[in-house]
Structure formats: structure tokens, C-alpha cells
Design a protein around this ligand. Structure first.
Ligand code: SF4
Length: 161
């Protein structure tokens, strides 16, 4: 579902508050461990092509939920400003990309942990992400916060406004 910035912004505080709930941290850590285990099993090849972080150049986009963005930002000492997010939209990349590397590697979102341009990985990646999304969606219901699935930089822009 594509949402306008104004529609997203009304949920920001609720997502930030919910992200402090230990159930969010527990689920995110569990899913990160699952990602690690799946990488160990499937061993996708990473050629450091930059495809995963230079979205427009490679016809790739990254989507996630508002709650995931709130939790990711809660792990960081600082968040990108609205002008940094706008610049990344103009450049077609991620605001956390720094000199070709992920600037938040340890805290990168689940979508970044699951996406590999290695075509051999397509099937398992999609299945894993579908399963994660189901768990994350259920957590929104449990925590009684709005579920919004949207593009990474559009959500970051709403959080930085
Ligand atoms: S958070 Fe890091 S890994 Fe994910 S798209 Fe941005 S720079 Fe790439």
C-alpha cells in the first residue's frame, strides 16, 4: 500500500513508542537470527555490486513497515535528516550508504539482511520475507499500532520530518 507522507506522519509517535516494547526487540532479534541461519544454509554470493543500496540504478526498492523503521532508528545514535533523505531520493540510493558501504551494517533492516542479487537465492529469500512479514504484521495487531508497509526512504522521510 502506498501512503502519503501526511498519512504516515500521524503514526510516527505510536510506532516510536511501540518500538520500545520488548516484544518488538525480541521479534527483530529472532528474525535477524533466522536471516543469519538462512545465509549459512544458502550461502548467497555477494559481489559487493552495490545493487542492494543503489535502488533506482538497479530497479530495486526496499519496503518495510513503520514499526520496523522505528525499531531500526531506535538502535542508532542518530537518524538521517529530512534533507539527507531527500538527497538520497534524488540520488536513487539509501541515505545510510557511505562510500559504497552500509553505514549501519550492524543495525541494518531485515530487508537488507535478506536481499541478495544472487539469482540463485530468489526462492528462499521471498519465502523468508513473506514469513517475516506475517509475524511483523501480527505484532502490529498485538501492539495495537497501525500497519503500514511502505518504501524505506518514504518512511524515513516521515520519521525525519
Ligand atoms: S541500510 Fe545499509 S544495507 Fe540497507 S540499503 Fe541502506 S546502505 Fe544498504
Amino acid at each position: 500500500m502506498v501512503n502519503g507522507a501526511a498519512e504516515l506522519s500521524q503514526h510516527i509517535q505510536a510506532w516510536r513508542d511501540a518500538a520500545r516494547d520488548p516484544r518488538v526487540d525480541a521479534l527483530m532479534r529472532e528474525l535477524e537470527s533466522q536471516a543469519q541461519e538462512q545465509l549459512r544454509i544458502h550461502r548467497p554470493v555477494c559481489l559487493a555490486s552495490g545493487k542492494c543500496c543503489n535502488f533506482e540504478q538497479h530497479g530495486h526498492s526496499m519496503w518495510m513497515t513503520g514499526l520496523e523503521v522505528a525499531w531500526t532508528l531506535s538502535q542508532l545514535s542518530s537518524a538521517p535528516t529530512s534533507s539527507e533523505v531527500a538527497a538520497s531520493v534524488r540520488l536513487g540510493n539509501c541515505p545510510f550508504l557511505a562510500q559504497g558501504m552500509c553505514g549501519i551494517h550492524q543495525a541494518r533492516p531485515l530487508g537488507c539482511r535478506a536481499y541478495f542479487c544472487d539469482q540463485a537465492g530468489d526462492g528462499w529469500q521471498e519465502a523468508m520475507m513473506e514469513s517475516w512479514l506475517g509475524r511483523i504484521r501480527s505484532l502490529h495487531t498485538e501492539l495495537e499500532v497501525a500497519y503500514r508497509y511502505d518504501e524505506w526512504r518514504r518512511l524515513l522521510g516521515a520519521f525525519s520530518a
